[in-house]
Design a protein around this ligand. Structure first.
Ligand code: GDP
Ligand code: MG
Length: 453
């Protein structure tokens, strides 16, 4: 989604992340790249200015440069500013007295008909609503059939217009029919044109008067960038829109519209359309979108995958010993085994807050290395495993002989252990280990940490 923006923002942040030490100089560079990424994605100039201004101001503050993890602090600042710009997620208004009526408006080809079906499916499946579809686009010959076909496919009732029936009449009959079949959510699909014209506006306004909707949803094509917002503005002046759904956010839509809506129109974004299929509809979550744009992955699904692979029993055992402040080479070996099981996920884990940069690199090596690590640890005395600080030069030489692994690798192992130890301390401080014992709490803790990043 929003691939090019993602790529550019990711690149700008990698530049900062990879440096190890952040400085005034590379912050300026990174900020400039972020600015260019946003402009290239067709984000409104005012929005870019505001975001960049805030990021720069905070990033150059003492608190960041002097913090332990300036890189992560910087990413967090950008993330939080993106979330702020994206605004609170919108919630489509529902009537206390059913049925709720939502009308869809927008230009031709923006995805109104598809979105009407998507919304009906979503609210039926996820919110236990009983939707009803009214096809009121009588201008495009196939538009009515298109919606009726989707309705049939999704097993959702819809009004069957008569031949040559006017849109007002269709809507009126639809509202009447709903009374008898007991649906509680009515979606009215309307006609659009290629460009805004007075006749279309007048028709939309008449339909609005007839159906008295609880929300007028503007459907905008994300691919059309800022011009989607300009037409939305015209519709808003005439129809008093409630909010927007951005379609075609899949593929290479540049993302500028999504980032500018709140600031430019002051209207909420409800959903993103992410494909042609009826199920390709996502609730708009500002923090998730910001995370995705910054290449932070989808935390929620990441966390689920991690939980899938880590045995809870082992995690609990490990959590207990960490909590007691115990972290020796024995726990290190067990932890390595656990993390190995995650496969490429360890790279993603490396992006989590509290994980020092590079700490996970130690684990990215090939599985054969684990065998050698075990050989090294097995060649130690129990006391050495408990207290790695005992491992002086002569002991390392002895272990090298016993395990058949060169001293340089033993040194490496001790370094990796130290890094991991540091990480464990950080994790202990963050309360994550405690949370790890309870899957629900673990998930929300991860989300919270991610948001704080
Ligand atoms: P309408 O004229 O506003 O009713 O637009 P339609 O619903 O007929 O959609 C126009 C075209 O856009 C169709 O080919 C849809 O399949 C496609 N479309 C709609 N929403 C999306 C979306 O979220 N992603 C993609 N890739 N295509 C979409
Ligand atoms: Mg249509």
């Amino acid at each position: 989604m929003f691939d090019s923006l993602q790529e550019k923002l990711g690149g700008a942040l990698r530049r900062v992340r990879g440096t190890g030490a952040i400085s005034e100089h590379n912050i300026t560079d990174a900020v400039r790249e972020i600015r260019m990424a946003l402009l290239a994605a067709d984000v409104h100039l005012d929005v870019v200015r505001e975001l960049i201004g805030h990021v720069k101001e905070q990033a150059l503050g003492e608190a960041v440069l002097k913090s332990l993890t300036p890189e992560q602090q910087f990413v967090k600042i950008v993330h939080d500013e993106l979330v702020k710009i994206l605004g609170e997620p919108g919630k489509l208004p529902e009537s206390a007295q059913p049925p709720t009526v939502w009308m869809l408006a927008g230009l031709q080809g923006s995805g109104k008909t598809t979105t009407a079906a998507k919304l009906a499916r979503f609210y039926k499946k996820e919110r236990s609503k009983r939707p009803f579809l009214i096809p009121a686009d009588t201008h495009r010959p196939a538009a009515i059939d298109q919606l009726l076909t989707l309705a049939k496919q999704l097993d959702i009732p819809a009004l069957q217009p008569e031949k040559g029936e006017k849109p007002e009449s269709i809507v009126k009959r639809g509202l009447a029919e709903v009374q008898s079949i007991g649906c509680d959510l009515i979606l009215v699909d309307t006609a659009g044109r290629l460009a805004i014209d007075e006749e279309m506006m007048a028709e939309a306004a008449r339909l609005k008067a007839v159906c008295a909707p609880h929300a007028v949803i503007y459907v905008a094509d994300a691919m059309s960038g800022q011009s989607a917002l300009e037409s939305a503005q015209t519709f808003h002046a005439r129809l008093a829109l409630s909010g927007l759904i951005l379609t075609k956010a899949d593929g290479d839509a540049r993302g500028g519209a999504a980032l500018s809506i709140r600031k430019v129109l002051g209207l909420p974004l409800y959903f993103l359309g992410t494909g042609e299929k009826p199920e390709a509809l996502e609730i708009f979550h500002p923090d998730r979108l910001a995370g995705r744009l910054l290449g932070m992955g989808d935390v929620v699904s990441l966390v689920e995958k991690v939980q899938d692979k880590i045995s809870l029993a082992e995690a609990e055992k490990a959590a207990e010993s960490f909590q007691k402040g115990r972290f020796t080479l024995v726990e290190f070996r067990d932890a390595l085994r656990q993390i190995k099981r995650l496969g490429p996920l360890d790279k993603l884990l490396g992006m989590l807050p509290g994980v020092p940069p590079g700490a996970m690199d130690a684990l990215n090596s090939d599985p054969k290395q684990l065998v050698r690590v075990e050989a090294i640890i097995d060649s130690m005395t129990p006391r050495e495993r408990e207290r790695p600080d005992l491992l002086d030069g002569s002991r390392r030489k002895r272990i090298s002989k016993g395990s058949g692994v060169p001293v340089s690798e033993i040194n490496q192992l001790v370094n990796n252990f130290r890094q991991m130890e540091k990480m464990m301390k950080l994790m202990r401080g963050s309360g994550m280990v405690k949370a790890a014992k309870n899957p629900g709490a673990f998930k929300s803790k991860m989300r919270e940490l991610m948001r704080k990043r």
